[in-house]
Write a protein that binds this ligand. Structure first.
Ligand SMILES: Cc1cc2nc3c(=O)[nH]c(=O)nc-3n(C[C@H](O)[C@H](O)[C@H](O)COP(=O)(O)OP(=O)(O)OC[C@H]3O[C@@H](n4cnc5c(N)ncnc54)[C@H](O)[C@@H]3O)c2cc1C
Length: 513
């Protein structure tokens, strides 16, 4: 298969980029599950932007830098904020119905923001955005979407990318999976985050860090991998992923209390319950050692809560919690990777014809900690750029890469391999081993690279343990999605551990004992 643009991932960054690129040429989007299976679909709070007369670019830049512990790249932050209102307007043109009041956007507030600047749709902003973008993509004749297609490897030669090798799942009953090459003039990584590397996470099952592993294998650089944001308030119930109790709850007046009913954030930070996420997450983590921690929004009426937080209200009702009468148990959970593949303002990765957008990247906008609702904004603004020069035709590319393209390719020996990943019962024994090792990785990362870290222990215990897991995975001689994901998780996990061990002082969401 050949195309102009090959986009890997169908979240906000992949879909938005595809719509822009379709004005220039043919686009193929590959996505490892259904098109809507993306972190984007889970976003609740909203998208930050300079949208009111009482706000300005300097304010938003300052809040972003402050949350990021001034570790941010100011040029990238300013670029993002300057383009923020245009990005929101563009989304509205595509059909996203943000909440309005008197013909103006209704704005909410989250932790670390000194102004109301978050455009939102109830408590399901991500779902609304994803649904609209999917609709526009499906209408576009220049875009082909390949679901259940897993990017296994990038085709790279002489620091130039020519597309990707993908695993296509055949029909559910099929015993074989098919591996093939998709050649492209430009390849785009839009694979999202890494939350699934941790035992407790708000991220969906697709967030296994594949794009970062693909990028490293291709020769890309990574940065700030130690800065994992832990969301302070996931619902403390046994769910996978953990259901998020959006920060906008606190934006609308919810207070954190411990089991004695004490409002423990009161004396911890100037912004109290709306302090930056790392501060709140650590405080909850410490409080949890003494007993459960709750969100209290019982002072708001049932009618208000139902209207403002329809999704959360419904989810809590399912587990017999009435948020207008009951306290909501919460716990921190791995939520967002601030670092990633290093890119410039145009998504360039340093490998020719390979670009990256969204959570997989490190553009530098988040610094050591992301300001709430800046990630959808980053994904939008950066993927709004259209790559101007398409370069060589894909047939030339295919000719130039066939033959020796596989010289560097770890999967040279596999073409049509027995294996499938359709569910635990049908898994090959090797895939079962991979699943078990995935669990080991999650436990290891939560223990050593979680909210409070110990540099010596990471070096002496966690890194050798992760290396052992990597070795075990290397001994598996077949390949399927389960095994590839486990390998990616181990690779990215090792990267995070090494970065965390190197940074000896606490900064932003990297907190050292
Ligand atoms: C619960 C929750 C709430 C959030 N709330 C907010 C919020 O209110 N505001 C905000 O700004 N941010 C929020 N975020 C963060 C934000 O949603 C994400 O950072 C953003 O959606 C990431 O978009 P993306 O396009 O980079 O990746 P994603 O939306 O995660 O999409 C990644 C895509 O890549 C595909 N993929 C991955 N690996 C492969 C592979 N190997 N082969 C093929 N396809 C692959 C996936 O299937 C998926 O389609 C939230 C996140 C979560 C989890």
């Amino acid at each position: 298969m050949k195309t102009d643009f090959l986009v890997i991932g169908s979240g906000i960054s992949g879909l938005n980029f595809a719509l822009n690129a379709a004005q220039k040429g043919k686009v193929i989007i590959v996505t490892k599950k259904k098109i809507i299976d993306a972190g984007t679909n889970y976003a609740q709070g909203g998208i930050a932007a300079v949208l009111s007369k009482t706000d300005n670019i300097a304010n938003h830049v300052k809040d972003t830098m402050e949350a990021g512990a001034w570790h941010n790249n100011k040029k990238a932050v300013t670029f993002m904020v300057k383009n923020s209102s245009a990005a929101i307007k563009k989304l509205m043109t595509l059909g996203v119905n943000f909440e309005m009041e008197n013909n103006q956007l209704k704005l909410t507030k989250e932790g670390g923001h000194h102004k109301r600047r978050i455009a939102y749709v109830g408590d399901y902003t991500g779902k609304e955005v994803e649904t609209v973008l999917v609709k526009r993509v499906k209408e576009n004749k220049n875009i082909t979407v390949l679901e259940n297609t897993f990017a296994l490897n990038l085709l790279v030669k002489n620091k130039t990318c020519f597309g990707a090798q993908v695993i296509k799942k055949a029909k559910k009953t099929a015993k074989n999976i098919k591996i093939e090459n998709i050649f492209a003039k430009k390849t785009i990584l839009a694979t999202g985050g890494i939350g699934q590397l941790f035992k407790h996470t708000t991220n969906p099952s697709i967030s296994t860090g594949d794009g970062i592993a693909l990028g490293i294998n291709a020769g890309c650089k990574t940065k700030d991998m130690e800065f994992i944001q832990f969301h302070p308030t996931a619902l403390d119930k046994k769910l996978s992923p953990l259901f998020l109790m959006s920060e906008t709850l606190r934006g609308e007046g919810a207070i954190l209390v411990n089991n004695k009913g004490e409002k423990f954030m009161k004396n911890r930070h100037l912004l109290k319950d709306l302090a930056p996420r790392d501060v709140v997450a650590r405080e909850i983590y410490q409080q949890l050692k003494k007993g459960p921690v709750y969100l209290d929004i019982r002072h708001k009426s049932s009618e208000f809560l139902k209207k403002r937080f329809p999704q959360i209200h419904e989810k809590l009702k399912e587990i017999s919690i009435d948020m207008s009468k009951d306290l909501i148990p919460v716990t921190p959970a791995a939520h967002y990777l601030c670092g990633g593949i290093v890119t410039d303002l145009h998504g360039k990765t340093g490998i020719k014809n390979l670009f990256a957008f969204g959570e997989v990247t490190c553009t530098g906008v988040h610094g050591a900690n992301r300001l709430a609702s800046n990630s959808l904004l980053e994904a939008l603004v950066f993927s709004n750029q259209i790559i101007k020069n398409l370069g060589k035709s894909t047939s030339t590319i295919a000719k130039s890469v066939t033959g020796d393209i596989f010289s560097y390719n770890p999967y040279t020996h596999v073409k049509n391999i027995p294996g499938n990943a359709f569910g635990v019962r049908n898994l090959l024994p090797s895939a079962r081993v991979a699943m078990k090792l995935k669990h080991e990785i999650k436990n290891l990362m939560w223990e050593y690279a979680g909210i409070i870290r110990n540099c010596k222990k990471i070096k002496k215990e966690a890194i050798p343990k992760m290396r052992k897991i990597e070795k075990k995975l290397d001994t598996i001689k077949t390949i399927n999605q389960e095994i590839a994901e486990a390998r990616n998780m181990a690779k990215v996990g090792l990267l995070i551990l090494k970065a965390a061990a190197k940074r000896k002082k606490s900064l932003g969401c990297h907190f050292m004992l």
